[in-house]
Design a protein around this ligand. Sequence first.
Ligand code: EPZ
Length: 442
Amino acid sequence: MEEQYFIKGGNPLVGEVEISGAKNSALGILAAAIMADEDVTVRNLPDVSDIRNFLEAIRLIGAQVVYPDPDDPHVVKINGRGIQSLEANNDYIRQIRASYYLIGALLGKYKEAAVALPGGCAIGARPINQHQKGFRALGADVHICNGIIFTKAERLIGKSIYLDVVSVGATINIMLAASMAEGTTIIENAAKEPHVVDVAQMLNQMGADIRGAGTSRIRIYGVRKLHGADHEIIPDQIEAGTFMCAAAATRGDVTVTHVIPQHLESITAKLVDMGAMVEVAETNDALRVWAPDRLVSTTIKTLPHPGFPTDMQSQFAVCLTLAEGTSLVTETIFENRFQYADELTKMGANLTVEGTTAFIQGVKGLTGATVAAMDLRAGAALVIAGLAAEGVTCVEHIKYIQRGYERFEEKIRSLGGDIRRVTVHDREDQKRELLKLQLEVI
Ligand code: EPZ
């Protein structure tokens, strides 16, 4: 039994949609929050399963987690004073990739941590050798045993650390640990994503002294103690980009609100390359995307920020399957991020993947099919394909999508998309639901 999306395609998405807080920022922010022994209020938290699981995980080690308004899951108050266990080894931890941020936070604050390593990931190997390199450089002993990463240090001493790979996770994790080390740490070849800057800003609000976040060289002057703060998480650039692609793919007209347009520059540029129109609102916190005509082909190459984000690659590939001409999509960050290709082929797309590049020959239209989400962003991309396709699409394994998209089907319906979330017990159930929808289409 699982929940699945059933989509009747063909409706252009039209209207306004409010973008939630950035999941990939929130995970680092919540880890930073437990480093103080005072109340830290976090606002604009996305209400998604990765966040709910992370909050349970920190509650289990003793942190106080309170919703000031029980009816509002977007604001949480955290206090790290009550932490009794430095071993975070539970099912909640194992469900989230970025649970490893607890290592940097606990190591920085208590000079010790034992955190269960996250499970495998569909998009690639996801090593953490750069995280380990950073912790060791600061003076910690790091070893992995029985699926748990153990770190311990008498003292953490600031060092200059060069990342062999531009890594968001390693940058944030080292920033967390170094914020309470003695002396100065410099991270060279650091990641520059907006969520790295957001975590640095939150740490500085808590009394840390971090400069240069957003550049490839981040300086962290260690402090002895961090204090309470009140921080609002930045909008989710990838959720915004996903809805911008959905507007373009369905030839709709969508305004995404509560965004930071400058975080969306590479996404906007590519949509304009493909013939979509993009307009920044005068309030500079919303973007309108519309695409009355058929999109045109382009080439995409994913790169670390400010390059084109790998988390937008699958959503753009869907747009390109419908564009006039041949497009190339090259994935340089992860080694296995084209799993959606076979699923799109079932819908009539014409794409082949060779190594790190997808060759996409645009077709006039897609047709509905039953497809499987393999990871968070590929799942969102398949929903976009279903919204643009003719006929009925069923997207299976939507738990992946619910990890990072708040009220996804609700937001799509508010834009006129015909999508429903159904609990399906078996294949027969699924067939009945599909038939019901197909009869509606006729
Ligand atoms: C973060 O993952 C995001 N996840 C990913 O978003 C995103 O795709 C990625 O950054 C790149 O922007 C979260 O923030 C929770 P990396 P992260 O470390 O930190 C290699 C989504 O859909 N690497 O920047 O794990 C790694 O294999 C998710 O929201 C090492 O070799 O990504 C990859 O090839 C998917 N050694 C490259 O670096 C390390 O120690 C970039 O990974 C760490 C990473």
